[in-house]
Ligand binder design. Structure first.
Ligand code: HPA
Length: 274
C-alpha cells in the first residue's frame, strides 16, 4: 500500500536521524540571498537531497540541493541549501515536505530567506527586508486536504506567522551595527512570471511591500507545526507603474549576492543570541 504523508515524514526523519546522530533545534532555508551562509557553517554532516527517501530534488539554476548539519554562530543547526518552488511543478505537499521533516526531527525555530521584488517606494535594490507578515496568493494552501492532528490543528491561527521577538532581535542588531534593515509584508505568488507593472501596483495597494515566489508555503506549514519563524527578503529589483527596469533572473542573482554579507551577518548574530 502507498505510504501516507505521515508515514513518509517519519520514514525520512528516521533515515536522517540514523545518518546524522545529533539533531538540531534550529533550521535555516537558504534561499537566494543566503546561499553564502553555507560558507560560514562548520559542517559536520551533509546529505544530498537525492539520497534522502521521499525528498523531491531541486532543479532550478542557482540552487543546489543538500541538507547541511553543522555549527554557525555557536549554534548547532541544519540548513537546506536549495528549496523546492511551486513554479518548478512540485505540489504544495512536496514544497513543504522538508519543513515537516525538520519538525519531526525536533526543529523549533526556522529561518527562511528569499529574493523579492520591492513595491514599497522607500526600498532600494540591495535592501534587506525583515518579513513582518505575508499575503498568500498561491492558488493552493499546503494544508488543504486531510489534516493530521499529530502535525497541527485543522484551522491554525496565522496572527504571528513571523515571531515578533525575533523581529525585535534583528532590529536591535541592525541598530547596534548601523545596518539599514527594512520591514515589510511579503506577497507570495506562484510565479514563474515576474509581475506586470499593474500587478506590482496591485500588490502594493493591498498592503504588500515585496513580492516573491517562495517562502509562504513553508511558513504556513511551520506555523501549523508550531515552529517560530524568522524571514528575510533581499530586494533584488523594484516594480510598479513608474519603474522601467525589467527584472531578470541574472539581475536577481547579482543583487542577492551583493546583499549577502548583510543577511549573513544578521542571521549569524541572531543565532549567537538565541
Ligand atoms: N517578483 C517575483 N519574484 C521575485 C521578484 C519579483 O520582482 N524578484 C525576485 N523574486
Amino acid at each position: 500500500m502507498e505510504k501516507n504523508y505521515l508515514e513518509k515524514i517519519r520514514e525520512t526523519a528516521g533515515f536522517i536521524r540514523e545518518k546524522v546522530g545529533e539533531l538540531p533545534h534550529i533550521a535555516v532555508i537558504l534561499g537566494t540571498g543566503l546561499g553564502d551562509l553555507v560558507n560560514h557553517i562548520e559542517i559536520t554532516n551533509e546529505l544530498d537531497y537525492h539520497v534522502i527517501p521521499n525528498f523531491p530534488v531541486s532543479t532550478v539554476e542557482g540552487h543546489s540541493g543538500r541538507l547541511i548539519f553543522g555549527n554557525l554562530g555557536g549554534k548547532y543547526i541544519m540548513a537546506m541549501q536549495g528549496r523546492f518552488h511551486y513554479y518548478e511543478g512540485y505540489d504544495m505537499k512536496e514544497v513543504t515536505f522538508p519543513v515537516r521533516v525538520m519538525r519531526e526531527l525536533g526543529v523549533e525555530t526556522l529561518f527562511v530567506s528569499n529574493a523579492a521584488g520591492g513595491m514599497n517606494k522607500e526600498f532600494r535594490v540591495g535592501d534587506v527586508m525583515v518579513i513582518t507578515d505575508h499575503i498568500n496568493l498561491f492558488p493552493e494552501n499546503p494544508l488543504r486536504g486531510k489534516n493530521y492532528d499529530e502535525l497541527g490543528p485543522r484551522f491554525p491561527a496565522m496572527t504571528e506567522a513571523y515571531c515578533n521577538a525575533m523581529i525585535h532581535m534583528a532590529d536591535d542588531i541592525a541598530r547596534e551595527q548601523d545596518i539599514r534593515l527594512m520591514h515589510g509584508v511579503y506577497v507570495g505568488t506562484p510565479g514563474p512570471t515576474f509581475e506586470t507593472p499593474a500587478e506590482y501596483e496591485y500588490f502594493r495597494v493591498i498592503g504588500g511591500d515585496a513580492v516573491g515566489m517562495s517562502t509562504v508555503p513553508e511558513v504556513i506549514v511551520a506555523n501549523h507545526a508550531g515552529m517560530r519563524v524568522f524571514g528575510v527578503s533581499v530586494i533584488t529589483d523594484l516594480g510598479g507603474k513608474d519603474i522601467k527596469e525589467v527584472p531578470t533572473h541574472e539581475e536577481v542573482q547579482k543583487a542577492a549576492i551583493k546583499a549577502q554579507p548583510v543577511m549573513t551577518g544578521v542571521i549569524k548574530e541572531m543565532l549567537a543570541r538565541l
